[in-house]
Design a protein around this ligand. Structure first.
Ligand SMILES: Cc1ncc(COP(=O)(O)O)c(C=O)c1O
Length: 475
């Protein structure tokens, strides 16, 4: 077994590389360290940079599978994935809808001029005020549970207006297994629910909804088919279901390279099995754990490389066959619209985050730490780790090193690491150097952001990628 010192010296305890997929504008801005350093100087660190043209491209790409198959329906941009109003305006300009997850999001979306019929309210734990606002404006409301249904009934009577509602379902049976979710009404109760709403003249049951967490095509298609059957039942009972909304969770890709991704996952498992040195801070298994000689759990990682992202993922759902019948045909035969609510996939290639190196030091174990002027909540994945390597930029040459390092933030917390993996840097960064993270606009930048110890939230810059002009900035 190698000693810690010799591992450090040889860099054998570094994580295998995870080279990010870069949009052309990202590639170009990485060649402009002076521009990035200026933005950090003028707007503070970290700074989130976004480019709108990629969002518009994503809209077209994600709509194309529906258009190619002659399906009507479309997209609602799940704006919870990024707080910036710019993307809501772009969604409006591109003619797609917006999925709102709170009263503030709904109010802002209305204020930005998105037509109310193009807004769906999927918020978890809807307040009376939120439902009232949605009913008054005529937005689509997704009902998640019995209490919410009761609240909606009370509100429509109070304001004496009809509401356009959808029932959110969960608990779909797929290959004899029930798909777990804490969200949605039990699909097994669908008929009773549909019948009970029939008695409510002010509730217009217009659509059915589901959002499945995993990226499993069989689950998506199967849930869609189970909702088609519910739609048939509802229509036979006098409702008029016009659409099915399959939620978000459209896969996207952070990495360019399948073999790096496979090697990384293999190396992670091997390290937890102690067949190779650990490359994570304090031997974190990123989801895997050792229980005696057994390995339990699974890698808690977004599929950062996958072969079926974005429009391909949607196409595969639409072309999913059952007894020779593709799913899209089942929609067109019924003249039902189909909607998706992508957040992350619409934000693919739209954003980068930049920060500044503040210090280098060693922890008590001898690990090299590179401190940056941000905290881990400024780049926070839902999973155990953001699997995409950063870029270190400087205007001068830097000393070559074989040793790896951990990237740490500026919160007073031992756990404030930007990544849990030890990165192979190649050269030793200096304070003032720039560090960039690709593709941070979907959730990573905003979903859980905090300022550091009372410092303001990071600035966001809307950039024109032709001349690097800052068109707008917002905290
Ligand atoms: C109801 C609903 N719709 C859409 C989304 C967006 O998902 P994604 O950003 O993965 O596409 C979510 C995410 O949590 C959701 O809960």
């Amino acid at each position: 077994m190698l000693t810690a010192e010799s591992l450090i010296a040889t860099g054998r305890d570094c994580a295998p590389p995870l080279t990010p997929k870069l949009a052309p504008w990202m590639d170009r801005i990485l060649q402009q360290p002076v521009v990035l350093a200026d933005w950090l100087q003028n707007y503070g660190s970290p700074v989130h940079i976004v480019v709108g043209s990629e969002f518009r491209r994503n809209v077209k790409d994600l709509l194309s599978p529906l258009q190619l198959r002659g399906l009507s329906g479309g997209l609602f941009f799940a704006r919870k994935a990024n707080k910036l109003p710019w993307f809501v305006t772009m969604a409006k300009e591109e003619g797609i809808g917006v999925d709102t997850a709170s009263l503030s999001e709904l109010r802002e979306t209305l204020q930005l001029g998105v037509p109310p019929q193009q807004i769906v309210v999927t918020a978890v734990g809807k307040s009376r005020e939120l439902i009232e606002e949605a009913v008054k404006h005529g937005c689509r409301i997704v009902i998640d549970n019995d209490d919410e249904l009761d609240l909606a009934k009370a509100v429509v009577h109070e304001v004496d207006r009809q509401a356009q509602i959808g029932l959110r379902f969960s608990g779909f049976i797929v290959q004899d297994r029930q798909v777990f979710s804490r969200f949605g009404l039990p699909v097994a109760d669908a008929h009773n629910l549909v019948d009970s709403i029939r008695e409510e003249s002010l509730l217009n049951l217009d659509f059915l909804h589901a959002h499945l967490d995993r990226y499993d095509l069989d689950e998506r298609a199967s849930a869609a088919r189970q909702m088609l059957a519910i739609a048939d039942y509802a229509n036979s009972r006098g409702h008029k279901i016009t659409s099915i909304d399959l939620g978000g969770g459209i896969l996207m890709r952070y990495l360019d390279n399948a073999s790096e991704w496979e090697s990384f996952k293999d190396a992670l498992l091997s390290s937890v099995r102690e067949e190779r040195p650990y490359f994570t801070y304090l031997n974190d298994g990123l989801g895997y754990m050792r229980a005696g000689s057994e390995i339990i759990g699974r890698a808690d990682l977004y599929p950062a490389w996958n072969s079926i992202s974005k429009e391909r993922f949607i196409s595969a759902i639409l072309d999913h066959q059952l007894d020779g019948m593709p799913l899209h045909k089942q929609f067109s035969d019924r003249k039902l619209k189909l909607y998706f609510e992508p957040g992350r996939a619409l934000l693919d290639n739209t954003g980068m985050t930049a920060t500044r190196v503040t210090f280098r030091k060693r922890d008590t174990l001898g690990n090299l730490l590179i401190g940056v002027a941000m905290n881990r909540l400024n780049l926070r994945p839902f999973r155990a780790e953001f699997c995409s390597d950063p870029f270190f930029l400087s205007t001068d040459s830097r000393m070559p090193i074989t040793e790896g390092a951990f990237l740490v933030g500026n919160l007073c917390s031992e756990s404030d690491l930007i990544y849990r993996r030890k990165l192979r840097l190649g050269t030793l960064p200096m304070p003032g150097d720039t560090v960039c993270f690709a593709n941070s606009a979907g959730y990573l930048a905003h979903h859980m952001e905090i300022g550091t110890h009372g410092d303001p939230l990071p600035q966001n810059l809307l950039i024109c990628a032709e001349n690097w002009q800052v068109c707008d900035s917002l905290a």
